[in-house]
Design a protein around this ligand. Structure first.
Ligand code: NCD
Ligand code: ZN
Length: 334
């Protein structure tokens, strides 16, 4: 008989659903595997007003009322306490800080936390979570995440009650950094940072489909991330950072950063945890620790995966997914 595992339906604590036509694809693929997801606000225009947050949430729900969007807003320099309060009243659970210029649609990001002191104070008072894309602009690309530690530590020190998430950890030094901070600080880990290294991006021919921010790093970094994911430490939980771009936008001389992993992340994580003898740690990492940190209910429903091979499509609605055309050894049970 095929090996099976049943877990609480996962929660994706960081994903990009995009807008318009692409929402049909992203919500369909995310909801097949995830009960809920933390929806990133780096749309164009950004989700930074209550009206936009509400209409974006309604648009997502209209695609599938069974998938719960956990809504965020994008911080901007000088955002006032009353503007933060209005976002919370509209249903925001977190605010996302993008340092200026580090990733897709972050040109209008924040230059220094000193420009958002009032914003962060209000978030702390309202018990909103601060989620950060931790890369310090204009430094060597493989050290950008490490270079952000100083800014992260300064914010953590200035706001001792603020819950903070170090998003998509990619550098082994960040694992120790997050582990050393109080329990109100956690970190998300993606499927691609657990599976790939820089060899998959530039080791052979340059592959734009494995290019994302922060860039995947070396084998020792990937190993440290794996150990954190397998550790059972509730500070580390899954956030896919699934970030689709159309094939033509990836296969261009200015390839956009972002990897589309929603359709494949759960079976790939199951495969990794199984291969490493850590299957008993899978459910907490994928489905429990994330919602617990956010004080959100985990899914009540479960999914069952069976050890049965399938081939990942080359293209899904114009998007090349993670592990395209490769085999994955787990599938959802029909
Ligand atoms: C994301 C995107 O495309 O929106 N890109 C990425 O490389 N991860 C933005 C982000 O999370 O950095
Ligand atoms: Zn992201």
């Amino acid at each position: 008989m095929e090996k099976e595992i049943t877990i609480r339906k996962p929660s994706d604590m960081h994903l990009h659903l995009r807008q318009g036509d692409m929402l049909k694809t992203t919500v369909r693929d995310a909801s097949a595997w995830f009960a809920q997801g933390v929806v990133m606000p780096n749309t164009v225009p950004a989700i930074n007003t209550p009206e936009r947050l509400i209409s974006y949430r309604d648009e997502i729900l209209s695609r599938n009322p069974g998938f719960k969007p956990i809504m965020s807003f994008k911080l901007y320099s000088g955002m006032s306490a009353s503007e933060v309060k209005a976002m919370a009243d509209a249903g925001a659970v977190l605010g996302k800080l993008y340092p200026a210029g580090v990733t897709t649609n972050s040109e209008d990001g924040v230059k220094s936390w000193l420009d958002i002191k009032e914003t962060l104070g209000a978030m702390s008072d309202l018990n909103l979570v601060l989620s950060i894309h931790c890369e310090w602009p204009d430094t060597f690309v493989l050290d950008r995440e490490y270079e952000y530690h100083r800014e992260f530590a300064a914010i953590a020190k200035a706001f001792p009650d603020l819950r903070m998430v170090f998003e998509h950890i990619s550098d082994r030094r960040s694992i120790n950094f997050v582990a050393g901070l109080p329990d109100r600080v956690a970190g998300t880990i993606t499927a691609h940072h657990l599976l790939l290294t820089l060899d998959d991006v530039i080791g052979a021919n340059m592959n734009p489909h494995t290019f994302c921010k922060p860039v995947v790093k070396g084998p020792a970094d990937r190993e440290a991330l794996r150990q954190a994911a397998f550790s059972g430490d509730k500070k580390f939980f899954f956030g896919s950072d699934s970030a689709p771009h159309l094939k033509a936008k990836k296969e261009s001389e200015a390839a956009a950063g972002g990897i589309y992993s929603s359709p494949v992340a759960v079976p790939l994580m199951t495969q990794l945890f199984e291969e490493k003898g850590k299957l008993e740690k899978l459910e907490n990492f994928m489905s429990v620790y994330g919602p617990a940190f956010y004080s959100i209910k985990p899914a009540e429903s479960c999914i069952t995966l069976v050890q049965k091979k399938s081939t990942i499509p080359a293209v899904i609605d114009g998007i090349v997914p993670l592990y395209a055309e490769k085999t994955v050894s787990w599938s959802i049970k029909a």
